[in-house]
Design a protein around this ligand. Structure first.
Ligand SMILES: [Zn+2]
Length: 242
């Protein structure tokens, strides 16, 4: 079992990297779940300075969103996280983000399909949660569960994205890839018809098998960038996989 100390450290680091990459700002939150203790650790809500988070800033709650210690409560959309952590054994880390490019796919009436080899982790697609509402109740959390099924991510209509993974390294990588593939799709559209990676090609590439290793390498890479980040709002860092 990963200790709560280590999970707090990783959660703060993961969120600072999202901030450095311009993928989290006023909005957005990330969580990690410890199934052995049934404790959720979640980042503070709207307006908190995500780029400066420390392990002690993380908010522990139970699966009903009840804060377990400290004076801060979880973000209002905590049911996104508790619904997924409670229902899926593979959803130990969850990120809800309003990233600039993937969110456009939650607005445009266009289905997401992978366009790069990294994007092949989304073989099964990224479903759209149709309710244009914040997910602030367990009922809406359950509706999200039904939409996302066993997929890695969902688009929230007119709102943002949700990404699910087995750990924070993989949630970071998965969200980076989704943002990068949506960005590249948008850019490629200006050149003409966009060629997507077919489900069969995705499976042949075997992105699933390599996910753990790729996620760990990306994590190490972004941790070293973050360690010397000047804490200025992300500018010029939007080429995620140059
Ligand atoms: Zn939101």
């Amino acid at each position: 079992m990963t200790s709560e100390k280590d999970l707090r450290e990783q959660l703060a680091t993961c969120t600072r990297i999202f901030a450095m990459q311009g993928m989290i700002g006023v909005f957005g939150h990330v969580s990690v779940y410890q199934p052995e203790t049934k404790r959720v650790l979640i980042t503070p809500g709207m307006g908190s300075d995500k780029g400066s988070f420390r392990p002690e800033d993380m908010v522990p709650t139970d699966l009903d969103g009840k804060p377990l210690e400290g004076k801060n409560g979880p973000p209002v959309e905590w049911p996104i996280h508790t619904a997924l952590h409670g229902a899926r054994a593979d959803a130990l880390a969850v990120a809800h983000l309003h990233t600039p490019y993937a969110t456009l796919f939650a607005i445009a009436k266009r289905e997401f399909r992978p366009v790069t080899l990294q994007g092949a982790i989304f073989t099964d697609g990224v479903p759209l949660f149709p309710e244009a509402q914040l997910i602030t109740t367990p009922e809406r959390g359950n509706n999200l569960l039904k939409v996302i099924g066993d997929k890695r991510a969902a688009l929230l209509r007119g709102h943002g994205i949700v990404v699910v993974a087995q750990n924070l390294q993989e949630v970071l990588y998965t969200a980076l890839v989704l943002e990068d593939d949506t960005k590249k799709t948008l850019q490629a559209v200006t050149l003409g018809e966009v060629g997507t990676i077919s489900p069969e090609e995705c499976r042949t590439f075997g992105a699933e098998i390599a996910l753990e290793r790729r996620a760990q390498r990306a994590w190490n890479y972004f941790c070293s960038l973050e360690a010397r980040w000047d804490r200025q709002p992300a500018t010029g860092r939007s080429e995620l996989f140059p």
